[in-house]
Design a protein around this ligand. Structure first.
Ligand code: SAM
Length: 292
């Protein structure tokens, strides 16, 4: 890298940063243009070099790789900018999908733009948009939320901030946190229509549709494997958020559970677990719904 940089620095014309999409599961989703660019650039900044090496090998490429990820971006970023400023092209790829979308890449793009370097997107697969277009929910306006913060407090704050949006909401989540996150979303947004898109573009691709409470029940009853996108309907005038109307949502869940044969006390306990409300609030909601 050092020799090439010195040679190119003499020419002074900056190289181009290509933000290059890679498949989210199905290798058939690699674009011709992505293969060409990854073969033409002298260096690829990859989130996981081993994974990208496998991808390159599949397409008969042997381009040099350098690791660039969340934990080394502060150290590697300036060196990559220097490489570009010296006249060398660079491609940036993440493990899957679009770099910069819940993945490294956006900082590098911002730094490159600040230095007057040309940034070129090479579009392709993306989990959020793939889930959205097949969700059956409104696609005219949507908000990409990505991964919610990990701590309960921050998660609640973030959900409170977006609970009134009319846009369809798109979340990413890892399978081992999916149940907990679904519970938090249901508790904050109310029992809205939603879709769980699993293993997009892969052999076991699956779309589960229903209200959030039904999807949460499915999460709790099944061993969750694979990758998931959660797509949730936006707020509507007619459907107030749960912070405004938890009673109706909770009462509806209790009604459904008791209709399925569960004892009322157990149904209240289960509903509290699913919605994050206290048992007392659920009980109160049931009383209100029954007009007592
Ligand atoms: N940059 C990627 C993109 O453009 O979609 C997203 C990377 S982010 C680190 C990984 C998350 O994206 C996963 O936890 C999951 O929520 C979602 N995801 C990625 N691939 C997926 C797939 N094949 N099916 C469903 N969700 C997927």
């Amino acid at each position: 890298m050092a020799d090439d940089m010195e040679r190119a620095r003499e020419e002074k014309k900056p190289g181009t940063l290509f933000l290059c999409a890679t498949p989210i599961g199905n290798l058939g989703d690699m674009t011709y243009r992505a293969v060409r660019i990854l073969g033409e650039v002298p260096l690829i900044a990859a989130e996981d070099t081993r994974r990208t090496r496998q991808l390159l090998t599949h397409f008969g490429l042997s381009t040099r790789l350098v690791s660039y990820h969340e934990h080394n971006k502060d150290e590697k970023g300036p060196r990559l900018i220097e490489w570009l400023l010296s006249g060398n092209d660079l491609a940036c790829v993440s493990d899957a999908g679009l770099p910069g979308i819940a993945d490294p890449g956006s900082q590098l793009a911002a730094d490159a733009i600040a230095e007057g370097i040309c940034v070129v997107p090479i579009p392709g697969a993306n989990a959020a948009l793939s889930a959205l277009i097949a969700s059956g929910l409104d696609t005219t306006r949507f908000s990409f939320v990505g991964f919610l913060p990990r701590t309960k407090e921050k998660k609640r704050e973030c959900l409170a901030e977006i609970s009134g949006r009319k846009d369809t909401l798109i979340f990413y989540e890892a399978p081992h946190r999916l149940g907990e996150t679904m519970k938090a979303i249901l508790g904050a947004l109310g029992d809205r229509p939603a879709v769980l898109a699993r293993e997009l573009t892969k052999k076991f691709e699956e779309f589960r549709r229903g209200n959030l409470s039904e999807l949460l029940a499915w999460c709790e009853e099944n061993q969750l494997r694979g990758e998931f996108v959660i797509v949730v309907s936006g707020a509507e005038e007619s459907r107030k958020t749960s912070t405004e109307s938890p009673p109706e949502d909770a009462a509806a869940i209790v009604r459904r559970l008791t209709a399925d044969g569960m004892a009322k006390k157990e149904a209240i306990r289960e509903t509290a677990k699913r919605t994050g409300l206290s048992r007392r609030d659920v009980y109160q909601a049931v009383l209100e719904a029954e007009g007592k």
